[in-house]
Structures are given as structure tokens and as C-alpha cells.
Ligand binder design. Structure first.
Ligand SMILES: Cc1ncc(COP(=O)(O)O)c(C=O)c1O
Length: 433
């Protein structure tokens, strides 16, 4: 353990003993080292700066290949320069500030949130959270079915244990899935819960009453053990029913209980429809200048430096341009409306399916609809998936033994009724075989 890691741990323990208990062995060991990026950051803006190994004109300008520069033609020269040079390990400061403002739309200034750290997509944000709070044997509560990559991120990479409980009971979303998943865990053992809303693969966002139940359930867990709640807000804002809240539950969980620490993982991937850009963010429940936020930032920067060096500058500059354009909110709303139109058509088509074959789970948001196979379908979900590929020229995802997922975000509105027709016919064919 370095002195820096010790100091960061002390700052975290004094801000939140529960958060200190939640840190994995790796999470305790890390702190941003005072090596090249640290020293280069200190030297930024000095008249002479011979700290960093990037090729410049000596005045901070990139020595760029003209063919690369022409690909970035639309950017002002200063931004083009930023796109070509290294990003700080924590991300471009203007982007961090702009994303913080974006995240906090509609939230009171009194609610604490750190300056988001830039990650390479949400997957990287989740992997960093897994490094900090996962580790050998750590319990991670998820609803079932869940986005399968959580298993790789938490269990395969760090040795954590995935504990699941059904996302739906009697055809309805279960707000207490995390309580049930952790029911047999001993008191005092730190745990992680993942809250992915709108959900993948479910396409579900809770009602205000269900949000209250989720919060109360998580508080009940935190009364017995330190709990970090990872709010995976990949599909933030993509909500299609007027009575369903759109804001992240991260905000509802701040100050819920001293042993409950919400962490926000979000990004431009789906929220700004910038899938290839790989710009994500990791945000902690502390004010930007607090000792705890700084200590956590130091730890994350150590992990980023160890795994990637620094995040991609070019796509950060592109996201920043969108956020500063003044048009982002209206454009995001346009994308939401496009998906809402598809959602309505899909709902209507699914309302008419034979429940012995296909049982749609409640959905109201995000990019997906989840269908459980009905009692008349004896084949597995994967057999149905393969049948649809081979006989009906149609690709869907199978999840476990009994679920298929329709990603309506990637199918034209007018094609959705035909997709549902093929799914139903396919289910009847494999079901009767
Ligand atoms: C629930 C959820 N979390 C995280 C991610 C990963 O996002 P990214 O592509 O930014 O890594 C996805 C991507 O499909 C997702 O569905």
C-alpha cells in the first residue's frame, strides 16, 4: 500500500466508513501515481513544458498529419488540436463540466455529485466500478434476466458472485429483486446491487410507487451491510409513457442511508446515440471538490492509467461539440420520439399475440421488449432463435432458456408487425415440434 493509497483510503473512510468497507482489495491498493500524467498536468500552461511524450510544435499544438486533420475539418482549430493530443486521464475538463450539467438537468443544486470521470463507454465504467467494489466473493445483486456482460465484468474479471432474483413476479416487475437476491447473505458483508433502468433486456422503468419500493428495499439492505448501488443509466431518458419518471434513481438514492452509496454510470453511447464514440462517465455521490471525490478520482485514474493510458480525446471533443451546440436536448428528444413511435406499434402488435405461445413482459422504455415463451412452446429460446434465422430470415436474441428479446431500436417502425407475426408463427412451429 503506497502512502498515496493510504491517504486516499483515510479520506474515504472519514467521509463514509461504509464506502471504505465496500472497497475491494484492488480498490484499496490504488491511487493515482505522481508520474508522467500527474507531472504533465501540473506543468500544463507553463512557458516551457518538457514533460509529456507527445509530438507538438512546442507551444501545445499538435504536429498532425494533414490527412488526419482534414477528417476533422468541421472542428474549430483549438478543438481539432484537443482531438489530436492526449486527453487528461480523467477526461477533458470542459466535457466533464458539460456532462455534469447535462446529468443534473432538473435536479436541485443541493444534491451532491462529483465531476464525472470519462470512461471508454459504459462497459469501461462498469469495469472500473467492478475493480473498485467487486473482487473475490463479493455479492452482486442483479435481476434475472440481466444484461449478460455484468457477469464478465464482475464475476469473470474480479471473482465476484452474481446473485439474482426474478425481475418479474406474476407478470409484474419486482421492485424487491435486490432484497430477495441478497436474502441469504450474512449481515455485515459488503454487497453491490446493480440498478439498470430503463432495463436491458426488459425495457422497463418503474412507476413512482415502484421507485419508492426499490428505494425502501435498498435501504433495508443497507441497514444490514454496506451497499454500493451501481445505477447503470445506459438508456437514460428513453421513456415512452407520461406517468413514468425519466430521471435516474441515482438522485433518489443520495442520502437514503449512510451505508448506501449510489454510483452513476452513464454516457453518450445510447443517450446521445453515439455508439462508436465510446464516451462514458463514472460519477460518485460527493461534491466535486470534496476529499472523498478526490480520493475516488485518484483511484479511478490509477486504474485508467494502468489499463488504457487515457480515454479517447477525439470522441470527447465530438460529444463536447454536441453538448455545447444548444441543440442536443431537442435532438435527443427527436430520437426518443422515433423510438416511441416504434414502441407504440410494437406494443399493439404484441397485444394481439397468443399467450400460450408468447408472453410479453411489461415494457415502457429503453430499446427492448422481452418475451417469455408460453406453455405451448416446448423448445428452448435458442432453438426458436435459430429457427427464426433459418426459416424466417429474422434475427432476435435468446436469453436463457425461456426468453427472447426484440431490439426495436434497430427495426423500422413499419416492419415491427411483420417481425411479431414471424415470431409468433416461428413459436408455433418450434412449439409443436
Ligand atoms: C445495460 C447496459 N449497460 C451498459 C452497456 C454498455 O454500453 P457501452 O456500449 O457504452 O459500453 C450496455 C450496452 O448495450 C447496456 O445495455
Amino acid at each position: 500500500m503506497t502512502d498515496l493509497a493510504q491517504a486516499a483510503n483515510d479520506a474515504i473512510r472519514s467521509a463514509s466508513p461504509a464506502l471504505y468497507d465496500l472497497l475491494s482489495p484492488l480498490g484499496r491498493r490504488v491511487a493515482f501515481p505522481p508520474d508522467i500524467p500527474f507531472q504533465a498536468a501540473e506543468a500544463r500552461g507553463r512557458e516551457l513544458n518538457g514533460t509529456i511524450g507527445q509530438i507538438t510544435d512546442g507551444r501545445g499544438g499538435a504536429v498532425a498529419l494533414p490527412s488526419l486533420v482534414s477528417a476533422l475539418d468541421g472542428l474549430p482549430p483549438e478543438r481539432r488540436n484537443r482531438a489530436l493530443l492526449y486527453s487528461p486521464v480523467e477526461g477533458l475538463p470542459e466535457l466533464r463540466a458539460a456532462w455534469r450539467a447535462w446529468q443534473r438537468r432538473g435536479q436541485s443544486a443541493a444534491r451532491p455529485s462529483s465531476l464525472p470521470l470519462v470512461t471508454v463507454g459504459l462497459t469501461h465504467g462498469l469495469a472500473l466500478a467492478a475493480d473498485l467494489f467487486g473482487g473475490e466473493g463479493r455479492a452482486v445483486a442483479v435481476p434475472s434476466p440481466f444484461w449478460g456482460n455484468y457477469r464478465q465484468t464482475f464475476a469473470t474479471r474480479t471473482g465476484a458472485r452474481m446473485l439474482s432474483s426474478p425481475a418479474y413476479r406474476n407478470g409484474r416487475f419486482d421492485p424487491l429483486f435486490a432484497v430477495r437476491a441478497l436474502a441469504d447473505e450474512p449481515d455485515g458483508e459488503p454487497a453491490v446491487a446493480i440498478l439498470n433502468l430503463p432495463s436491458n433486456p426488459g425495457g422497463y422503468s418503474p412507476t413512482p410507487e415502484e421507485r419508492g419500493e426499490i428505494r425502501a428495499g435498498l435501504v433495508r439492505i443497507a441497514e444490514r451491510r454496506p451497499l454500493v448501488v451501481l445505477c447503470d443509466d445506459a438508456y437514460a431518458g428513453l421513456v415512452f409513457e407520461p406517468d413514468i419518471p425519466r430521471h435516474s434513481m441515482f438522485w433518489d438514492l443520495l442520502d437514503a442511508h449512510p451505508s448506501l452509496l449510489p454510483v452513476k454510470i452513464d454516457g453518450a453511447t445510447k443517450e446521445l446515440s453515439f455508439f462508436g464514440g465510446r464516451v462514458g462517465f463514472l460519477t460518485f455521490p460527493f461534491e466535486p471538490e470534496s476529499a472523498a471525490a478526490r480520493a475516488l478520482e485518484s483511484k479511478v485514474k490509477c486504474l485508467v492509467r494502468a489499463g488504457l493510458g487515457s480515454p479517447v480525446a477525439t470522441s470527447q471533443v465530438v460529444v463536447l461539440a454536441a453538448l455545447e451546440s444548444g441543440r442536443a436536448e431537442a435532438e435527443v428528444e427527436e430520437a426518443r420520439q422515433l423510438l416511441e413511435a416504434r414502441y407504440r406499434v410494437l406494443r399493439e402488435a404484441l397485444d394481439g399475440v397468443d399467450r400460450d405461445l408468447l408472453q410479453p413482459r411489461p415494457f415502457n422504455s429503453g430499446c427492448f421488449a422481452l418475451i417469455e415463451l408460453g406453455p405451448a412452446v416446448v423448445a428452448s429460446a435458442d432453438a426458436l432463435r435459430r429457427h427464426l434465422l433459418e426459416r424466417h430470415d429474422t434475427g432476435l436474441t435468446s436469453i436463457g432458456e425461456r426468453h427472447v428479446r426484440i431490439a426495436f431500436c434497430s427495426v423500422e417502425q413499419r416492419a415491427l408487425p411483420e417481425l411479431v407475426r414471424r415470431l409468433e408463427v416461428g413459436a408455433s412451429e418450434v412449439g409443436s415440434s
